[in-house]
Design a protein around this ligand. Sequence first.
Ligand SMILES: CC(C)(COP(=O)(O)OP(=O)(O)OC[C@H]1O[C@@H](n2cnc3c(N)ncnc32)[C@H](O)[C@@H]1OP(=O)(O)O)[C@@H](O)C(=O)NCCC(=O)NCCS
Length: 171
Amino acid sequence: MKNFPPYSRQIQQRRRTVLFMLSRARPDERVVRIGSWAAFRAQAQPIRFQVFVQEQQVPPKLELDEFDAISAHALALDPAGKPVGTGRLLPDGHIGRVAVLPPWRNAGIGARIMRALLNEARRQGLSTVELSAQCHARRFYENLGFTAVGSVYMEAGIEHIVMRMDVSAAT
Ligand SMILES: CC(C)(COP(=O)(O)OP(=O)(O)OC[C@H]1O[C@@H](n2cnc3c(N)ncnc32)[C@H](O)[C@@H]1OP(=O)(O)O)[C@@H](O)C(=O)NCCC(=O)NCCS
């Protein structure tokens, strides 16, 4: 059997626990909510700071911007009601700031956040959504139906690529 170092074992264990809790949760407990920045800021901002500023070293002054106030925000809650992930949809169809706290990754929460934002885009009558994907997450977005457009560029010291999706064709 493969030997994981202690940290990996801890992550594996947490992932199994999250998957178990999600599988046991009632449908209304597997929640990703959509709301305004005013409604979600207190819960979403700490997640974004932990993931983008602390983990990815994005300068704090770039993390919050004027688009937060006009975006629809997704907030993912674990079965106990604790906020564990977030993302946002701008009125022009740009999706961004998609983040899941490390212990809850690889349990389908990021995909749920994205599907909630895609549904919100459809609800708003948008036909196309676009995002600046960090290159490491390209597969994550491709799994959801996004296609890469153009070439790789640098933003906040991280490689990115533009990805696009026709939401009218989404499932
Ligand atoms: C990217 C991120 C939001 C994904 O959230 P998550 O909850 O771990 O994703 P999911 O569990 O829903 O993954 C869904 C699928 O995408 C894949 N995936 C997830 N993260 C990935 C990554 N970084 N690179 C490649 N594939 C990834 C998973 O393997 C899974 O595929 P599968 O269903 O075939 O097994 C999360 O890793 C994160 O917060 N990363 C740090 C912040 C970040 O980089 N955000 C993206 C900015 S563009």
